[in-house]
Write a protein that binds this ligand. Structure first.
Ligand SMILES: [Ca+2]
Length: 114
């Protein structure tokens, strides 16, 4: 066998193996999750709350195309101070396992003397 032909055959075999390994790897990869989760507000907005009385937030739910129900992962920012009249915004945020952030959902809470 001529050395040139040997080298050529080696290269072809190497490329064939590379291609085989590459296609196997591709099959194992899960499709990338690029869809953000969706937050659904429970209860209404705005909500009126009497000053100095307990405010209980109705919360929200979150669903993701891959992770499913991720309500438990919702981060709630609740700045409501029941002792101070004013308009507050309770904000809900959530991120799926792939790192996609949901569109922030908020509820307006108005604390007033009733
Ligand atoms: Ca997702």
């Amino acid at each position: 066998m001529k050395p040139k032909r040997f080298i050529l055959i080696s290269i072809v075999i190497f490329l064939a193996f590379s291609l085989a390994i590459f296609s196997c790897k591709k099959k194992d990869e899960k499709p990338k999750d690029t869809t953000p989760p969706v937050i659904t507000l429970l209860g209404s907005s705005p909500v009126y709350s009497a000053k100095d009385s307990l405010y209980v937030d109705a919360g929200a739910t979150a669903a993701d195309d891959v992770d499913g129900d991720i309500t438990g992962k919702i981060q709630v920012a609740n700045p409501v101070n029941i002792h101070v009249e004013g308009t507050y915004k309770v904000k809900y945020n959530v991120t799926d396992a792939a790192g996609n952030n949901a569109v922030e959902v908020s509820r307006t809470v108005i604390v007033a003397i009733m």
